[in-house]
Design a protein around this ligand. Structure first.
Ligand code: PEP
Length: 252
């Protein structure tokens, strides 16, 4: 059975003491919630990773990074590699978030390299895909997302692909307060799973977690997570408060 994952993408928010406070509060509330069948992932800014991981690992909470460089080491001033992330206890890494695609011009080819280096260093990539509003209005979102997947993931072997998680994040829903309806999310998630099945077979497709991201919050999480092909969420804004994040985690 594929895992359920709820991941908190803090983006460029929280200084160190705020980050410690938020992580500690998430941990405290999770301890109270006793039964937990969901993998919880905290994804703070790079410089907080070691500190947050020390708090989280005792409680079986995973830590992820928001990005990594496509090389393992070298003269790339200001960059952080997958090798370094693994060395401080990071488990997951977001690759291809729409903000990286938009503001840092990361394209499909670069993302394919980042996926490979992440897997090589034992990180689980959370590969983000999703269409703009214009593409949705032109009624081509499925073809667009399928192209993102084939361009950045389909060089992987079956064994490598089985270690990837996917996050479907319609760009028009990220940080906008507009959420995909459960029907829209399910249609896309099912199409993604079918595409993986055609390329890698049923077992790989059935086991790959596909998360939804885009203004997911405590009001809409339950209905989104009830969709058969939605295996969790990548949460931005609503992950910045422990109460709303935990309420999303508890929506399964
Ligand atoms: C995100 O950036 O991954 C995201 C889903 O953000 P938000 O929840 O704020 O839309």
């Amino acid at each position: 059975m594929r895992p359920k994952i709820v991941a908190a993408n803090w983006k460029m928010n929280k200084d160190l003491s705020e980050g410690i406070q938020l992580a500690s509060e998430v941990i405290r509330r999770i301890q109270k919630a006793k039964k937990r069948s969901v993998q919880v992932v905290l994804i703070p800014p790079f410089i907080h990773l070691t500190t947050i991981n020390r708090l989280a690992e005792r409680e079986n909470i995973y830590v992820g990074a928001q990005n990594c460089h496509e090389q393992a080491l070298g003269a790339f001033t200001g960059e952080i590699s997958a090798l370094m992330l693994r060395s401080v206890g990071v488990t997951f890494v977001i690759i291809g978030h729409s903000e990286r695609r938009q503001y840092f011009k990361e394209d499909d080819t670069l993302l394919a390299k980042k996926i490979s280096i992440a897997l090589k260093h034992d990180l689980q990539p959370i590969f983000c895909c999703g269409e703009s509003l214009q593409i949705r209005e032109e009624e081509k979102p499925i073809a667009f997302v399928k192209k993102q997947l084939s361009a950045s993931l389909f060089h992987l072997s079956q064994q490598e692909m089985s270690k990837v998680a996917i996050a479907y994040e319609p760009v028009w829903a990220i940080g906008t307060g507009k959420t995909a309806t459960p029907e829209q999310a399910q249609i896309m998630h099912e199409a993604i799973r079918m595409q993986i099945r055609e390329k890698y077979g049923k077992e790989t497709a059935d086991n790959i977690p596909i998360l939804y991201g885009g203004s997911c919050n405590e009001q809409n999480a339950k209905k989104l997570f009830a969709c058969p092909d939605v295996d969790g969420g990548l949460i931005g804004g609503a992950s910045l408060q422990a109460a709303s994040f935990i309420s999303i985690v508890n929506s399964f």
